[in-house]
Design a protein around this ligand. Structure first.
Ligand code: SF4
Length: 412
């Protein structure tokens, strides 16, 4: 057994849902608007005057009850269920692998069937249970075009954008597996918040840049926050961007969720290297867009993510410049100890330095929590995701394991 497997509480590695329907190429009823669903139903012969009522019924079964089989829709007439089965699918994607970290973090590798002439694609979704909340980190693209130099996903070329259905499917699968739908139970030993919803928050911080897939992300998040469906509060949904400035205002106007910025550097020369999109949209433009984010206030602050890289961006001079840069922006700064991955040249800042950095910012009046690394042992932590379609080669894995052992020694 490898160190990775030994340190994880449990590793399940088996296909769980054979997504036959989708392989047959039927369109899904998941991830479309009510209007689109009504059109789809009328196309198969549902009378126009019934369409609205049928949409409400289906919406409830899909998003409140979480069913993935038309036969479970007991208040829908049998002949209509048969028609729905013939023309549409509501099947879940295949779970290729589920890994559980020893801190309770879960990572799912999901496989989506081909779209048109394409190939099946795999993406990762991570669940992080904490006291009083459970956060799901959702992917928006397969791979990424942005090549942020500290990010593992950035080393995987972009395969394609995920559809709204595929983005929502990540939430539905997580709620299935965590027993977060009525009449569903979580596997024994699952670590979850003691009360309330098991998935209480979502963050678009998985693989990909969500604002390069704006329309699909928008549709999915509007369904996730729909009061008659998955019903997540918009204050509990955060979209994180590396800084696609032209789409930031629209995000606030059209989706209305919380905003996070992958900042990581306060000087353009350094940010050009760490987050190369900065060459196109430099810091001044980015911070101006944040100042103008619809709804921003002290009660709805923007989160700035700042990965702590040893001797790169972690000096007190950087901390000082950070507070100057964010002057006048209602902000919270999340400090993220760098999470190692195979092949990286960066190191995590020393803990003492992270604390000094946090204290400096805190004294300047900004909340500056240090994010506890979660799920590092299963490569589920921030910046570590990379779908296993690009599986680690044996040599990479051995190097990573050695690095984890070294890091554990340092932590102790
Ligand atoms: S940090 Fe985000 S935007 Fe940058 S490479 Fe990674 S996934 Fe892409």
């Amino acid at each position: 057994m490898s160190v990775l497997e030994a340190s994880a509480g449990l590793v399940i590695k088996k296909p769980m849902v054979a997504n036959i329907d989708l392989l047959d190429g039927k369109p899904s009823l998941i991830g479309i608007t009510r209007e689109e669903m009504a059109e789809a139903l009328m196309d198969i012969g549902v009378p126009q005057k019934q369409a609205k009522m049928r949409v409400s019924q289906l919406w409830n079964w899909l998003y409140v009850r979480g069913v993935s089989d038309f036969d479970h829709m007991t208040n829908v007439a049998k002949d209509l269920r048969e028609k729905l089965k013939t023309h549409f699918t509501i099947a879940r994607p295949e779970i290729v692998e589920e890994q559980v970290s020893n801190d309770g973090t879960r990572k799912w590798l999901m496989r989506f069937p081909p779209r048109g002439a394409g190939r099946p694609v795999e993406i990762e979704t991570v669940y992080i249970p904490e006291e009083g909340r459970g956060t799901l980190c959702i992917s928006s693209q397969v791979g990424c075009t942005l090549t942020c130099s500290f990010c593992h996903t950035g080393t995987q070329r972009l395969v394609r954008n995920l559809t709204a259905e595929e983005i929502l499917a990540q939430l539905l699968v997580a709620r299935d597996r965590l027993g977060d739908f009525p009449d569903r139970e979580a596997p024994q030993g699952t670590i979850m918040p003691a009360e309330g919803r098991k998935v209480s928050n979502i963050v678009m911080m998985g693989m990909g840049e969500p604002l390069y897939n704006f329309e699909h992300v928008k549709t999915a998040l509007l369904i996730a926050t729909d009061g008659d469906g998955l019903s997540l509060s918009k204050r509990r949904v955060t979209l994180s961007t590396s800084g696609v400035v032209p789409e930031i205002f629209r995000t606030g106007e059209e989706i209305g969720v919380m905003l996070a910025i992958s900042l990581h550097a306060v000087r353009d020369e350094l940010r050009d290297m760490l987050v190369p999109i900065n060459k196109k949209y430099p810091l001044k433009e980015l911070i101006d867009a944040c100042r103008n984010y619809p709804g921003v206030s002290n009660a709805r602050r923007i989160t700035f993510e700042y990965v702590m890289l040893k001797d790169v961006n972690d000096s007190l001079e950087d901390a000082k410049m950070l507070t100057q840069l964010l002057k006048g922006v209602p902000a919270k700064i999340n400090l993220i100890p760098f999470n190692p991955w195979p092949g990286t040249n960066y190191q995590c800042s020393d803990w003492e330095q992270i604390e000094k950095f946090a204290d400096f910012i805190n004294h300047a009046g900004y909340a500056s929590p240090i994010r506890t690394p979660r799920g590092r042992d299963i490569l589920a932590a921030c910046g570590q995701l990379k779908s296993e379609s690009e599986r680690m080669r044996k040599t990479e894995r051995m190097a990573f394991e050695a690095m984890m052992i070294a890091n554990h020694g340092a932590d102790d």
